[in-house]
Design a protein around this ligand. Structure first.
Ligand code: TPP
Ligand code: MG
Length: 344
């Protein structure tokens, strides 16, 4: 059960549960396309809410990285564990969070994924295996090693997956976590979401090896470089790594190459990017790649694509309105969930 569910919680406007939303993404390429569109709309809406002064604090948008989020959610069953990072809106929606849970969280409202206690970078939905997203770079990596160790000790066939940025490969926790996971052949998958920048620095100005996933060799682990703009390539690579981990084959390090369309956070206009770089990546837009493929295969037509866009726009607008109508989380909420609480 997610925090916030149970007696007394606000009924959501969206009748679909996170689990149902996740099952759709696993089963249907059209749902994957629509979810990628939904992520794009949600990010746009969150920027607007900040500009209007209705959301506060910072936020990290993932426009351009939708195929990574949806590909992981489609390849990992909801019974496995996933830990994400601060740029996690897309992963959250892809894994099943409702737009209302995401927007409620970014707005600090009671209908948020964790009742507005965590805010934009801290998302949880245990019913679909989203253990949490974490802002401390690389911090999820040893935690995923621990989750995988727990599965191994308990004799469960559960796999644990860490998703983190290219900047995290230079954090000590990355090395500690990979070493331990490799040594004990833990059922884990480590995914570098290489969007080319860690804050204001290109990854190749801060990292000694190319591609960064080659770091896996230091720990005797297999690694793969994957086109993170192509959701089908992501599904195949993540699915293979998860199957290997589940069958006792140990961990894999994957590097999914992608690109963030906006700056690091709300205040960054990304003046450090070379001219033409953004345009070159936009030409390989992940939503367009899957949309074109589904049209070419006769799975959808242009009218379907327009209808999907419209549904996403409406869903996100309704979620924002509903979240804005919900109570702002009271400041005393910070004292809850700190110590074990007595059952009601
Ligand atoms: C341990 C730690 N050091 C510094 C920061 C400040 N910080 C937040 S995000 C970020 C860059 C992250 O880059 P990357 O891992 O590539 O993820 P991206 O933002 O590109 O998704 C930094 C330095 C942090 N959150 N944690
Ligand atoms: Mg990065």
């Amino acid at each position: 059960m997610a925090i916030g569910e149970g007696p007394g919680s606000v009924t959501t406007y969206d009748a679909k549960t996170p689990l149902r939303r996740r099952e759709e993404v696993i089963a249907d390429p059209r749902a994957r396309l629509e979810r990628m569109m939904e992520i794009r709309h949600a990010e746009q809406k969150i920027r607007e809410l900040h500009e209007e002064g209705l959301a506060w604090g910072s936020t990290h948008s993932c426009d351009g990285q939708e195929a990574v989020a949806v590909g992981i959610a489609a390849a990992v069953p909801p019974t496995d564990h996933v830990v994400g990072a601060h740029r996690g809106h897309g992963l959250g929606l892809a894994m099943g969070l409702t737009p209302e849970q995401l927007l409620g969280e970014t707005l600090g409202r009671s209908v948020g994924a964790v009742e507005g206690l965590g805010g934009s970078p801290h998302l949880v939905e245990t019913s679909v295996g989203l253990v949490f997203t974490v802002t401390l770079m690389g911090a999820g990596i040893p935690i995923v090693a621990g989750l995988a160790l727990a599965a191994q000790v308990q004799g469960s066939d559960r796999v644990a997956v860490a998703v983190f940025g290219d900047g995290a490969v230079n954090i000590g926790a990355f090395h500690e976590g990979l070493n331990l996971a490799a040594l004990w052949r833990l059922p884990a998958v480590f995914i570098i979401e290489n969007n080319h920048y860690g804050e204001f620095s290109r990854y190749d100005r801060t990292t000694t090896v190319e591609p960064p996933a080659r770091r896996a060799e230091a720990y005797g682990l297999p690694w793969t470089l994957v086109d993170g703009q192509d959701v089908d390539a992501v599904i195949e690579a993540v699915g293979t790594a998860v199957a290997t981990a589940r069958s006792g084959g140990g961990p894999t390090l994957l590097e999914l190459r992608t690109y963030r369309y906006f700056g690091h956070s709300r205040s960054d206009r990304a003046p450090y990017r070379p001219e033409g770089e953004l345009e070159a990546w936009r030409a390989r837009d992940p939503i367009r790649i899957l949309g074109d493929r589904l049209v070419a295969d006769g799975v959808v037509d242009e009218a379907d694509l327009a209808a999907m866009e419209e549904r996403c726009r409406e869903r996100v607008e309704a979620a924002a309105a509903h979240a804005l109508a919900a109570p702002v989380t009271d400041v005393t909420a910070m004292f809850r969930h700190v110590y074990p609480e007595a059952a009601p």
